[in-house]
Design a protein around this ligand. Sequence first.
Ligand code: NAI
Length: 499
Amino acid sequence: HKQVKRICCIGAGYVGGPTCAVIANKAPHIHVDVVDLNEKRISAWKSDHLPIYEPGLVEMTVLPRDGSPDRPPNLFFTTDVKASITKADLIFLCVATPTKYTGIGSGRAADLVYIESATRMIAEAATSDKIVVEKSTVPCKTAASIREILSAVGKPDVHFDILSNPEFLAEGTAIRNLEQPDRLLIGSLTTDRGLRAAASLVDVYAEWVPRERIVTMHLWSSEMAKLAANALLAQRISSINALSAICESTGADIDEVAYAVGLDKRIGPKMLKSSVGFGGSCFRKDVLNLVYIAQTLHLPEVATYWEQVVEMNEYQKQRFSKRIVSCLYTTLTDKRVALLGFAYKKDTGDTRESAAISIVNSLVAEKADVRIYDPKVDADAIWMELQWTSPNFADTQKRVTVCKTAYEACEDAHAAVIATEWDEFNNKDTEVHIREVNGLAVIGRSPSSYSTGSGMQFSNGTLETSPAPKNGHRVIGTASAADGGHLQDGLSMTPTPTS
Ligand code: NAI
């Protein structure tokens, strides 16, 4: 089989950028181009301000500056898509596959417009044989459409082999996931050519991943495995959140329940954190994509089953917003609420589908004044997200302030909501300081994973303070969204509060 010397990755996003940074570092003999049509994004990758925040990424790309001795000499970012395709042996498709929002399958089906346009670019630019690898998450059998387009548009003497190599990284831990993946999945046809192409890609990863973790299988299974993995992860979060509603009404503690069930080896402790709901660009879209696939295959019971995972997530977000209102004596009018965290989970600047967005929109609808602070999401990104999602953006502009520190956000607040589990909010010092500012206690994800400080304890899911907070201020417990398999790492799973 062929040795891969040049890789072109189409799509310099949350997946393409970190994946190629790791490949370039681990396989110094491979020339890696990351290409994108978005010039702003490419110049950001070349600058000191990378377009995405991911722990360890700056060190990995070591600020890819042209001519800089720090830069991995084999990693390049460019908008010259065609030239890079022409020279590559292997091409990763890392473009977005968002949910369609108009037309057939609107609100559920995956929009494959970027996959198709990138595929056509490959077909037009390729003058020699290429291995084309789907890294984007795609519906089962997308590789067949890619093959048809490539053979219809490509030059007659050029051969394309198509592989599926879905990405399992979780934002916030992407570099660790890429360096030490639980498994790498490569799907191919079982023809000689297909197996040879798969072997070429196995060699790339085998530079740093133990061979036994590189799993090969049929194309369709590999495509399906990614959707299945995200559906099962999202389902665990919805399951624990559904149980949390019962716990809050009965006096059971969902964290204790999760701890108890997680000790069962068949269940395991991960992805069992009750929260305000999952966010991120993947879970919702991939589960809905699965729902759509089931519907088109005339499997309505299967579709309804998975649809509930998304519905439960919406319910949890609404339930949380209602809880804020009831904690504050059923009216939020002109009350100041600090919202700590806007990213969909800690250690990322990504706000796509963040539960914080729904919380802000419902707080504004209740006429609260909302003061947002997030350590890694800047004001522009927050405003852009709110502009897209606010039912009444003029109102939002009047009521929302983006703050530079947690203290500024909490000043004179009637309540604080921790929407993202950033470590800086899960910190006794911060908590004490914020309480000094305004007599308001700030609490984090849950009673068991977060120290609530002296004189405070949870009861039936509500935090009670002793002595009572000043000015009738109330404290609202919250938790953050989760997407990805490693969120539980580092969190205390003991049933009693620890400091
Ligand atoms: P993204 O939106 O951050 O990046 C996609 C990039 O592709 C954009 O910069 C866009 O300009 C570029 N693009 C689109 N069409 C192009 C074309 N024809 N030529 C060149 N560039 C083009 O998306 P992200 O988050 O990186 O996701 C990519 C895929 O990976 C999706 O299918 C997603 O479901 C999947 N995935 C995402 C994960 C995540 O944590 N974000 C994790 C695992 C899989």
